[in-house]
Design a protein around this ligand. Structure first.
Ligand SMILES: [Zn+2]
Length: 310
């Protein structure tokens, strides 16, 4: 009798472990549109870790998608917004506590000797990059100052704070109607962008080879785009071409004093490897930005001149 009880208890324990494991690391990834108790459990865990603030309703909507994306960004996981095996495993680890802002001295977008991290055609974005403190711009930013073209745009908090200070100052001087068309882009976002451009080129009659090389003239190759850092913004005005607008002129004159640089100037295309982009600004901090302005250096030249050589 006693022996039977022991067997039953062991079997029950094994069943519980199997069920628990299955629930935590279930085969199918939870994704937008998923529903049920597994989603509720995920939401509760995200709330516990400080990534989601809504009620755990068991529906995997956009808020859950964004919370998963932020969790992935701070844990070096592929940022697809879906809760697959790797994400769930990390999420339910005891050590999976959120890093408090300011807790880590070294920001990943700054080098050890304090210079802006270079991402260009010669310096690819690290595959295991861990973001510092991404925020969802659409909920974080004052929409009376700036509008987001896309609701799920993420960027590093420090850069967004500097952006808001800059655009508020512009608005106070009568220069408004700002829009952010892009900020952080994951490698897969960039791949999608590249594929779209290649397809468009092919529809316009180019061969695949031509379409690909033409796309690379205007779209950064995935893994080599500065947008992966979350510290640069495509700043635009809705409905008009940005170059030549009063907003464009204001930025050219003032961005430096708020820690931003025009990243791809017309006279530096040979060095940056990118055609001029009137709308693309990178946050680097006031100290670096002012020197680059005063000495007319693009980021590559600035680093070459001032950063310590290894
Ligand atoms: Zn850009």
């Amino acid at each position: 009798m006693l022996r039977e009880h022991r067997w039953a208890a062991a079997a029950l324990a094994a069943l519980i472990i199997v069920l628990f494991t299955f629930q935590a690391f279930g085969a199918a990834a939870l994704n937008k549109g998923s529903r049920g108790s597994e989603v509720r459990r995920l939401q509760e865990r995200l709330t516990e870790l400080g990534y989601e603030s809504g009620t755990a309703d068991g529906v995997y909507g956009n808020a859950t998608y964004l919370a998963v994306l932020l969790f992935q960004s701070r844990n070096g996981l592929e940022m697809d917004g879906a809760a697959g095996d790797k994400t769930l495993e990390k999420l339910y680890q005891d050590t999976s506590v959120p890093r408090l802002p300011g807790e880590e001295e070294l920001k990943p977008y700054v080098t050890e000797d304090g210079f802006p991290l270079l991402v260009n055609l010669e310096h690819p974005f690290a595959e295991d990059y861990v973001y510092y403190d991404l925020v969802v711009m659409n909920t974080y930013c004052d929409k009376s100052v700036v509008k987001m073209k896309y609701s799920n745009t993420l960027a590093e908090r420090e850069a967004v704070d500097a952006l808001m200070t800059m655009l508020r100052a512009a608005k106070a001087q009568g220069i408004g109607k700002w829009q952010i068309s892009a900020a952080n882009r994951t490698v897969s976002d960039q791949q999608r962008l590249m594929n779209n451009r290649i397809n468009t080129n092919m529809k316009n009659g180019m061969s695949r080879k031509r379409a690909e090389s033409a796309a690379r003239q205007t779209v950064a190759v995935p893994g080599f785009s500065e947008h992966h850092l979350g510290t640069c913004f495509d700043i635009t005005v809705p409905g008009v071409a940005f170059a030549g607008t009063k907003q464009h002129k204001w930025l050219l004159e003032n961005c430096w004093d708020y820690g931003f640089i025009l990243r791809y100037p017309e006279d530096k295309t040979e060095i940056t490897g990118f055609v001029a982009e009137a709308w693309h600004y990178r946050y680097v901090g006031v100290e670096h930005a002012r020197i680059m302005r005063d000495e007319n250096l693009c980021l590559e030249e600035y680093i070459e001149k001032y950063a310590q050589k290894p």
